[in-house]
Ligand binder design. Structure first.
Ligand SMILES: Cc1cc2nc3c(=O)[nH]c(=O)nc-3n(C[C@H](O)[C@H](O)[C@H](O)COP(=O)(O)O)c2cc1C
Length: 185
């Protein structure tokens, strides 16, 4: 058994793809968040959690919040998977602000946070998510063109089409950091 577990919560498979690649490269165990029991959290020294971004929040992050005490002293990593480009500093800052609002401050100080890019899968989207995307489109269409960010324009141009930015190479910094920290103990 590995001392590392990668836990993920994924609606359309993007976070799951990254979680599988991470588990493979780290020779870690892989668990879907819905199947995690408290004993699972107790037995690993390093816990990597990944969730998709939905309206600025991280899918399933409550698992970390609810188990904050149980996770104290462990090496913690969080990766987010969103459609927006995390290389854009404004996007990265927005995601971090969202995370800072929900994680307890002690956990926030200890956890390593990484952002990866997923995509949009309209063909499989639930009614609720489809409706949310339609509402977002309406809001963006009301914005004067000059005020639309490149992300806004891309969303409007590709609206309704499946799009993927999955990139296995993007997990390298996370893999390196986990391996470096693991080697220090
Ligand atoms: C209703 C809805 C809201 C979303 N909100 C965001 C968001 O706030 N930021 C972002 O970058 N991506 C957002 N996305 C895109 C998802 O994060 C993206 O599809 C991600 O790859 C989903 O990963 P998953 O399939 O593992 O759940 C949203 C998608 C939907 C359907």
């Amino acid at each position: 058994m590995s001392d590392i577990v990668v836990i993920y919560s994924s609606h359309y498979g993007f976070t799951e793809a990254y979680a599988r690649w991470l588990a493979e490269e780290l020779t870690a165990d892989l668990l879907e968040a819905g199947k995690v029991r408290k004993e699972d959290l107790e037995k690993y020294g390093t816990i990597v959690y990944g969730g998709g971004l939905y309206a600025g929040g991280v899918n399933g992050i409550s698992l970390l919040v609810k188990n904050a005490e149980r996770l104290q002293g462990k090496k913690l990593y969080l990766f987010t998977v969103g459609a927006s480009d995390p290389a854009d500093p404004e996007n990265a800052a927005n995601i971090r602000n969202g995370i800072a609002k929900v994680l307890p401050s002690t956990m926030l100080e200890a956890i390593g946070i990484y952002h990866l890019r997923g995509g949009l899968r309209y063909s499989k989207m639930s009614m609720v998510h489809r409706t949310m995307m339609a509402m977002l489109r309406k809001v963006l269409l009301k914005k004067p063109e000059a005020e639309r960010r490149s992300e806004d324009k891309a969303l409007l141009e590709t609206y309704g089409q499946d799009i993927s930015f999955l990139d296995r190479a993007a997990i390298a910094p996370l893999v390196e950091d986990i391996c470096r920290e693991a080697a220090q103990t």
